[in-house]
Write a new protein. Structure first.
Length: 186
């Protein structure tokens, strides 16, 4: 390579030196620019990675919130179905409860004449309770049939208390007082 420069005259050597210097300066300029761009690209890549991680976290959170929201929507549908099929109507509670009790007594084969109603406001929500107390005399099998009929009824009826008033005055007969609770929504 040195021999090649020896073949050039002084003017050509200066021109080659200037071209070499310009090319060297251009290479240094490109080197500095590429280092700066590399740093900028590294920062952008780090920011992109952080943004992608945030997106994944937000996506998981969003999916969890959607599942929770769907659970609440399902619960609302279930409550609407319960209101429609299992609660008594607040406006017609007395009439509906009397008809329901008469159906239960007829299905169980128990004659009941003395029925007392009591209304109670529950602390939470708009659900209210009606207490029904009644007495009857029957044998154990009829009591069992009555409790089975109440348990199978689709409305919310709850046996709150069973009092055995008299056991054994007459063989096989029980004198019983039962407290039921029916629920309705205002």
């Amino acid at each position: 390579m040195k021999e090649l420069f020896n073949l050039l005259n002084l003017k050509e050597r200066r021109a080659a030196a200037v071209v070499g210097a310009v090319l060297g300066a251009g290479a240094l300029l490109l080197l500095f620019a590429s280092i700066r761009e590399h740093r900028s690209a590294s920062r952008a890549a780090a920011e992109l990675q952080a943004i992608e991680q945030n997106y994944q976290i937000l996506s998981r959170t969003r999916n969890e919130v959607k599942k929770e929201w769907q659970g609440w929507m399902d619960a609302q549908k279930d409550m609407a179905a319960l209101r429609a099929g299992h609660f008594f109507e607040g406006k017609k509670i007395t009439q509906d409860l009397r008809l329901t009790l008469q159906q239960i007594f007829d299905a169980a084969g128990i004659p009941v004449t003395d029925i007392a109603y009591g209304y109670t406001e529950l602390v939470k929500g708009s659900v209210q309770k009606v207490s029904v107390d009644f007495r009857f005399t029957s044998n154990y099998m009829m009591l069992k049939r009555l409790l089975d009929t109440i348990e199978r009824h689709p409305r919310f009826l709850h046996v709150e208390k069973i009092d055995f008033q008299s056991i054994g005055k007459q063989p096989g007969l029980l004198e019983i007082k039962i407290s039921l609770a029916g629920y309705y929504e205002n």
